[in-house]
Design a protein around this ligand. Structure first.
Ligand SMILES: C[S@@+](CC[C@H](N)C(=O)[O-])C[C@H]1O[C@@H](n2cnc3c(N)ncnc32)[C@H](O)[C@@H]1O
Length: 201
């Protein structure tokens, strides 16, 4: 972990997919949440896109590092995303934290925090099963190539391993709890979910 490396030079598998998701933020979005923000790279990226951002994390040292790097007036809260009082936002992002909490409770909570017409963006990781073995082999090779070319930035926030749920379980839960969402099992040990909330009626 190093907070000396500029954000634009940081690279890891979560950041790769986070950048892909952030390439299509809804027009007119004004507010954002980074749930399980760690030391705040995604929060800073959303703030740089002009959004008013709140980052939430249960780990006080991570929030200390996030605050130390903030130049954009991001609001940081030390708290549990499931129980802390949080205002809904137009963009709700979560990076590799859903496996820290109950899957269904987490998805329902994240959904409830998306303002009408807003978007929920998730980068997550899950447990492999035998069906994932061919992908696992390919991922190992591609991951090494990325690491050689771009390096690997390591966050210093709490981790949980192995993830309690499988890719199939996440896909099924997303289909049920986030109707119309787009779930993708990505190559490099991540899945992404995008769910566009219905507009206000
Ligand atoms: C693997 S880290 C990811 C951090 C950051 N999103 C990133 O991509 O670098 C997971 C983060 O989720 C946080 N976390 C876990 N359970 C949480 C909860 N119930 N409420 C808030 N934060 C939580 C941990 O403290 C940790 O910082």
């Amino acid at each position: 972990m190093s907070t000396d490396i500029p954000d634009r030079k940081r690279f890891n598998n979560t950041i790769k997919y986070q950048r892909e998701l952030f390439a299509a933020l809804p027009e007119g979005a004004r507010t954002a949440l980074d749930l399980g923000c760690g030391e705040g790279l995604a929060a800073r990226t959303l703030a740089a896109a002009g959004l008013s951002v709140v980052g939430v994390d249960a780990d006080a040292p991570s929030i200390d590092r996030a605050r130390a790097q903030d130049t954009q007036g991001i609001t940081y809260i030390v708290g549990d995303v499931l129980t802390t009082e949080i205002e809904p936002a137009d963009v709700v992002y979560s990076g590799v934290m859903l496996h820290h909490i109950d899957l269904r409770e987490g998805l329902e909570r994240f959904r409830s925090l998306v303002a009408p017409g807003g978007v929920l963006l998730i980068v997550g990781t899950a447990r492999n099963t035998w069906r994932d073995l061919p992908r696992e082999f390919a991922a190992s090779v591609i991951d090494k190539a990325f690491a050689l070319v771009k390096g690997v930035w390591r966050h210093g926030s709490p981790e949980v391993w192995p993830p309690p749920h499988t890719y199939r379980e996440v896909e099924r839960a997303a289909a049920e709890l986030l109707p119309g969402s787009e779930y993708k099992q990505q190559m490099l040990w991540r899945y992404t979910i995008r769910w566009d909330a219905p507009p206000a009626s």
